[in-house]
Design a protein around this ligand. Sequence first.
Ligand code: SAM
Length: 249
Amino acid sequence: MKKSLGQNFLIDRNVAEREVGYANITKDDVVLEVGPGKGILTKLLADKAKEVITIEIDEKIVRNLTGKLSDNVKLIHNDVLKLDFETLPKFNKIVSNLPFQISSPITFKFLEYNFDLAILIYQKEFAYRMVANYGTKEYSRLSVNVYYKAKCEILEIIPKTCFKPQPKVDSCTVKMIRRKVPPFIQYNEDFFFHITKNLFNHRRKKIKNILKELYKLNRNNIPYLDKRVEDLTPEQIGNLCNILYKILF
Ligand code: SAM
């Protein structure tokens, strides 16, 4: 078992079956899985899907699984973060018990790809931040960026006792539906992500002070100046970004 690779294997078959059940898989679906581990989800997915593409970084796991999976499973030995998804067969669903170390980069990599539905297991704290509403302590850059790209909800909390070795914290199943159109229009998406990051880096400061310090902007015709970013909805942050974009460019 390699702790550095987030190898906390799911040992509860009921949880595994529910996880796969949430994805409503049919024989038309091509499913991507990250990290098959001992194959608990992979085998259930293979029974229902047209094809499963499963990507595993650990050579030993790949060796153990080779020859033990059905013909409709494509097992790829690679680091999922280094793999170009465009080189894979086109997949429409993602189901995974994710290695917690790569939660953030893999989520954003998924969100760049045109999938329909993802059912993913994350550590609880991360999952809470993904779906958090403004005004809560979990509301973060992650919440805003994920909201912009996807509709996201927590389906269940999975106790840490369902994994071996047992992690320190509980996990959550998260359902993510990628948006075909964003919930609000941005003049420049990169600028929106950049400003969101800077605002949340100073989440306790008023917007007017952040704008003064970072962008030397000292105007009073900008909205939300006396608010803090944690009290702005994603739509309001988007509105602020469009106004700043017009001023700065
Ligand atoms: N799916 C199995 C289960 O539910 O029991 C294993 C899940 S375990 C939390 C995460 C798996 O992802 C491990 O098999 C680990 O080796 C693999 N993994 C970790 N980092 C990876 C990466 N960057 N690319 C591909 N696989 C990775």
